[in-house]
Design a protein around this ligand. Structure first.
Ligand code: PRT
Ligand code: ZN
Length: 303
């Protein structure tokens, strides 16, 4: 490659998120909680990063993997289902250029095979020689091959769930979250091909310019936010001899800070807990000797 053909060094990071849809608001909210803010453009396709040199590109979710592979965007927030489908589709051209960096804990759903309610399901072999409608032909095709099942994949771009009623297919392979859509179309889920959620996707190799440091900063903040999502700070007092039993009730807690109160056997404890702090748990702790229990939200943490 001649020096003039080298890609220009970039000192701003470009993150692609869904313009409008299920992932757009939570993706923005997550990035905002990492301290990012933007100036909106009039066409709302590009938002200039103000607090940090991290810009947003607002696009269709299906375009995000390709934009990263082609270097138009550096990072993207997209469903694992979309990323996995594109990775398989591009397996001979660009798939090795990007990968999942982090699971983000929202947009959860499953890619399921669903069959008409009336079928007596007795296993994947029942799909042999059947027509299966899907918007995920690469994922379904790969799974069928893996199972050694010869079936016809009917690729549709939308309204997959009505395909059996229209006579276009015998079964479907589609995203499911609550399952209400399947039920409304007299279908039942029988197999899960993929557990999905929104993920941060990025290049498989490090950046060679200032973007590397920016990406590392963003990841550090993201990890802090994700780690604290369900975390609470638990404060209470207890007699020294009850502490071992109390800590057994807190398997999801970081090692607590303990301070002696009044120079006696009473300790004040402070523990960061990562699981849900329900009333039942608090009552169990009280029963085991904890006093003055207090649960506080944790807003930010930097390890
Ligand atoms: O316009 P653009 O192409 O960007 O958006 P899109 O219409 O392709 O995507 P969108 O906004 O519908 O979904 C974006 C991402 O959200 C998906 O790629 C998944 O990663 C994730 N997600 C989470 C879902 C669902 N849950 C979901 N339930 N995507 C689609 N659905 C569909 C499902 O297939 C069913 O038809 O929503 C319907 C309702 O689901 P039930 O099971 O709750 O009835
Ligand atoms: Zn889409």
């Amino acid at each position: 490659m001649s020096p003039s053909a080298l890609p220009a060094a970039r000192d701003r990071l470009r993150v692609a998120i869904q313009k409008s849809g299920r992932l757009s608001e939570p993706a923005r909210a997550l990035l905002a909680s990492c301290g990012l803010s933007w100036r909106e453009s009039r066409d709302r396709l590009f938002c200039y990063g103000e607090s940090l040199p991290v810009d947003l590109l607002l696009v269709r979710d299906d375009d995000i993997p390709g934009l990263i592979a082609d270097g138009v965007c550096d990072l993207g927030i997209v469903g694992r289902n979309v990323l996995a489908e594109h990775l398989l589709q591009r397996s001979n051209g660009g798939a090795d250029k990007y990968r999942e960096w982090r699971a983000l804990g929202f947009g959860g759903c499953r890619l399921d095979i669903a069959v008409p309610d009336g079928w007596q399901w007795d296993g994947p072999a029942q799909l042999r020689d059947k027509r299966i409608a899907t918007s995920y032909p690469a994922l379904l095709g790969a799974w069928l091959r893996e199972q050694g099942i010869a079936a016809e994949v009917v690729a549709l771009s939308g309204s997959v769930e009505i395909a059996p009623r229209l006579g276009q297919a015998d079964a479907i392979c589609d995203l499911v979250s609550s399952g209400v859509t399947l039920a409304a179309n007299q279908l039942k889920p029988v197999l899960t091909l993929l557990q999905s959620e929104a993920v941060l996707a990025g290049p498989a190799t490090p950046f060679v310019d200032a973007r590397e440091e920016l990406a590392a900063l963003l990841l550090r903040r993201l990890d802090g936010v994700l780690r604290l999502k369900d975390s609470k700070l638990l404060l209470f007092q207890a007699q020294r001899q009850t502490v071992p039993a109390l800590l057994k009730l807190l398997p999801d807690a970081e090692p607590p800070t303990m301070l002696q109160v009044d120079g006696g056997d009473t300790l004040a404890l402070q523990a960061l807990c990562h699981g849900a702090m329900t009333w039942q748990r608090l009552e169990d702790l009280k029963h085991a000797g904890a006093r003055g229990l207090m649960v506080l939200p944790v807003e930010r943490m930097l390890a």
